[in-house]
Design a protein around this ligand. Structure first.
Ligand SMILES: Cc1cc2nc3c(=O)[nH]c(=O)nc-3n(C[C@H](O)[C@H](O)[C@H](O)COP(=O)(O)OP(=O)(O)OC[C@H]3O[C@@H](n4cnc5c(N)ncnc54)[C@H](O)[C@@H]3O)c2cc1C
Length: 410
């Protein structure tokens, strides 16, 4: 079975790895061909959180050990007030998460994660090839074959095309009703900084900390290399670029946080490079696939980053897609009818979960951007709940972090 994968971001790479791993049990050979428009493999300037449900996918692919080696395992998620670091909620992670969910909660540098996935795809040999500097500009979905055309004039056909080409996906255009991503009015400042400016005992060094302020919020967490990932999100209408490489002005960011806790200000002051990233939103479409084309990751369900689940959902998608195709390929050739129903099954199995996660991300976004009075009330409410019913916030995460993509029947 020949699979064309549009985009070599986290979704595309995970899909290639999941399909090739599943393909080892198939009666037919699988060949994945990743087509990426960037000239070089890249992800830059930021960290990423991989919750236990994401680690479960890495484990199924045999990559958990390598992921752990390059990651940090924070001891808790805290929600604090930005100006005084007063803690309202603290959800234990570390050993507690591992015991509760069977997998750790990890934080990692994106570049290193991307490097790990790329190196694993390289190891697949002829099962997966990668083509860079190749932009797809046309997609065709036909009952027996799907086609990708590139701006360099190349045209290729596949048994299946997977759209892993991010929020502005062109593959998505052939699948459902046309729609476009909407700018949310939120802009993220992002960077990675040395932890040297903050005290050894600071909880910033070992927790995922969400800092609530009026008109914005920040998230900090440690990375596997000992540095700190910092994201500051503010409401702003004047910036609509999405790029890992568009730089912002650190002095402007410093002015934005001038009333925040000194440790956070120190971190911002020590930033040598800061990137600005406009946050866009796109509803989950009613249709995720055609006859021979299917969507995974942000191309299908880009979400606000406030639940830290976009890439993790992409990993789950990849595993689920491999799973439903296993059921189909084992029962016949990929040219037969069950192919369409396998893709329908994939959508059915993912739809409600992804919608629920997207809603959660919205809810977090609203909480983090409340007006001062409402924010004060919300913080008080969280503090009381955290004190009176300490496991409340942890239990609320169980459906999300305890999820596993179903294993194939033996
Ligand atoms: C501030 C912020 C923080 C986040 N934090 C987290 C987190 O902690 N945890 C988490 O799980 N998620 C997080 N996310 C979400 C996560 O980054 C995304 O969900 C994830 O990177 C999506 O991966 P993807 O491969 O689907 O899309 P992308 O990363 O957008 O990759 C798409 C790829 O397709 C390529 N491409 C696009 N168009 C074409 C074309 N026409 N032809 C060929 N190639 C093409 C692109 O160059 C790119 O390489 C965060 C997002 C943001 C903005």
């Amino acid at each position: 079975m020949e699979v064309g994968i549009a985009g070599a971001g986290i979704a595309g790479l995970m899909t290639a790895l999941a399909l090739c791993a599943a393909g080892r049990q198939w009666t037919t050979d699988v060949r994945c061909h990743l087509i990426e428009r960037s000239p070089t493999p890249s992800e830059a300037g930021a960290g990423i959180q991989i919750s236990p449900n994401g680690c479960a996918v890495f484990d199924r692919l045999g990559l958990l050990g390598s992921l752990i080696e390059i990651s940090s395992a924070p001891s808790a998620i805290r929600i604090v007030t930005a100006d005084n670091q007063r803690c309202h909620v603290s959800v234990p992670l570390g050993q507690v998460a591992e015991e509760r969910y069977g997998y750790p909660y990890l934080t990692v540098n994106r570049q290193q994660l991307h490097g790990l996935l790329m190196s694993q795809v390289d190891l697949l040999g002829e099962c997966a090839t990668m083509q860079f500097d190749a932009e797809i500009n046309e997609v065709k979905d036909e009952p027996d074959r799907a086609w990708l055309a590139m701006t360099n004039g190349q045209k290729r056909s596949f048994d299946l095309v997977v759209g892993a080409d991010g929020i502005h996906s062109c593959v998505r255009d052939v699948v459902g009703k046309p729609d476009t991503p909407r700018f949310t009015g939120h802009v993220a400042w992002r960077g990675i900084v040395s932890a040297d400016s903050i005290p050894e005992c600071s909880p910033i060094r070992e927790t995922v900390t969400s800092w609530m302020a009026s008109g914005g919020h920040a998230v900090t967490y440690p990375l596997g290399d000992g540095r700190i990932n910092l994201v500051v999100v503010e409401a702003s209408q004047d910036w609509q670029h999405e790029s890992w490489t568009v730089q912002g002005d650190a002095q402007t960011l410093l002015r934005r946080v001038d009333r925040w806790h000194p440790e956070l200000r120190e971190l911002v002051a020590s930033m040598t490079e800061v990137y600005r990233w406009a946050l866009f939103n796109r509803p989950v479409p009613a249709q995720w696939h055609g006859d021979r084309v299917v969507l995974v990751g942000d191309s299908c369900h880009a979400m606000l980053p406030y639940a830290a689940q976009g890439a993790v959902m992409a990993a789950e998608d990849a595993m689920m897609l491999a799973q439903v195709l296993t059921n189909t390929v084992q029962s016949g050739s990929p040219r037969q009818k069950p192919f369409f129903s396998a893709l329908a099954d994939y959508q059915r199995q993912r739809f409600d979960r992804v919608r629920r996660v997207q809603t959660l991300a919205h809810r977090h976004g609203r909480l983090f951007h409340l007006k001062p009075l409402a924010s004060g009330i919300a913080r008080l409410g969280m503090r009381m709940l955290n004190l009176g019913y300490p496991s409340y916030f942890q239990k609320r995460n169980d459906w999300l972090m305890g999820y596993r993509v179903p294993e194939p029947p033996m």
